[in-house]
Write a protein that binds this ligand. Structure first.
Ligand code: PMM
Length: 288
């Protein structure tokens, strides 16, 4: 993108976040036994809470708590089980004063997490997985990260077919946004996310990253989730490319570029590299 796009700040979020003048860093806490990148590491409630605190101490602005892996082949989880995993972690971190997001495609989990102190709902399905999500977001007034996806985790790989991935993802996101607005969600609540890796092949992911300005032109803040994703293996040393943790430096590089392109937030497992990266981008921008 040639000129950085000014981003609006979704509401309601604490004033301190709105005043950083830079891209925000969202630290990931997957309370799951089977995530592709950190499977099982933070599955225990106390360990997950401690990990969230650690990410915040390292510079995360927001912590995103998830209890269900959306990886193809992951074990299905009932909303009740998902909630049992995430709620104590959400409550503990919110009680600490952290800005907490809940990563869920289920409206019941979203609602309970919001009641437990979460301020954002991060829905990779953009409301497609649960028809009740739109009304829940409208009623609660939460900030809503609306991700692009197609099909289900089982079918999404076969649905990575686009005429022009940037045009198609933008128009599908716009359709989801319209449906949210029709359900009573306020425009200021909505953040959009290209859903990298969800019904996308590596070429699609890179094209979307290189055209974040087209997403920003839809008029909502843009969140980007590349952390440790498989498509990054194409740019890291081949000997370690299969290892998700070896993708953290590439992740931080994308964070710098996404921040420079005006992304509102980057969602990452390893916070330090991206916390530095978004500050580098802010310093760069400030000296233009
Ligand atoms: N990707 C995953 C999970 N949640 N949320 C947003 N907003 N954007 C993403 O790209 C995204 C997400 C899958 O990755 P993980 O299993 O490492 O969390």
């Amino acid at each position: 993108m040639s000129t950085p796009t000014a981003w609006t700040t979704p509401s309601p979020l604490p004033q301190a976040l709105q005043e950083t003048g830079r891209t925000l860093v969202v630290g990931i806490v997957n309370v799951t036994p089977d995530s592709f990148s950190d499977g099982g590491q933070w599955f225990d409630t106390d360990v997950a809470i401690a990990h969230g605190r650690h990410l915040l101490a390292q510079g995360a602005d927001i912590v995103d708590i998830g209890g269900e892996s959306t990886r193809p082949g992951a074990d299905p989880v009932t909303p009740a089980e998902e909630l049992a995993r995430v709620l104590p972690v959400v409550e503990a971190l919110a009680r600490d004063g952290a800005v907490v997001s809940v990563d869920t495609i289920n409206a019941t989990t979203a609602e309970a997490a919001l009641a437990g102190g979460a301020l954002l709902v991060n829905d990779v399905s953009g409301g497609l997985a649960d028809p009740a999500m739109a009304a829940t977001v409208a009623r609660t007034g939460a900030v809503y990260i609306l991700g692009h996806w197609r099909g289900t985790p089982e079918t999404m790989n076969s649905l990575a077919v686009y005429d022009d991935v940037v045009v198609d993802v933008c128009s599908e996101l716009e359709a989801r946004v319209s449906e949210m607005l029709a359900a009573g969600v306020r425009p200021q609540q909505i953040v959009i996310d290209p859903g990298l890796g969800f019904a996308k092949d590596p070429e699609h992911n890179w094209r979307l990253l290189a055209h974040l300005d087209a997403l920003a032109a839809l008029g909502h803040p843009v969140a980007v989730g590349v952390s440790r994703k498989r498509f990054l293996s194409g740019v890291v040393a081949p000997e370690v490319a299969a290892e998700p943790l070896a993708r953290d430096h590439a992740t931080a590089a994308v964070s710098a570029l996404a921040a420079h392109a005006g992304a509102w937030a980057v969602r990452v497992h390893e916070v330090v590299g991206s916390a530095d990266a978004v500050r580098v981008a802010a310093a760069w921008r400030a000296h233009r």
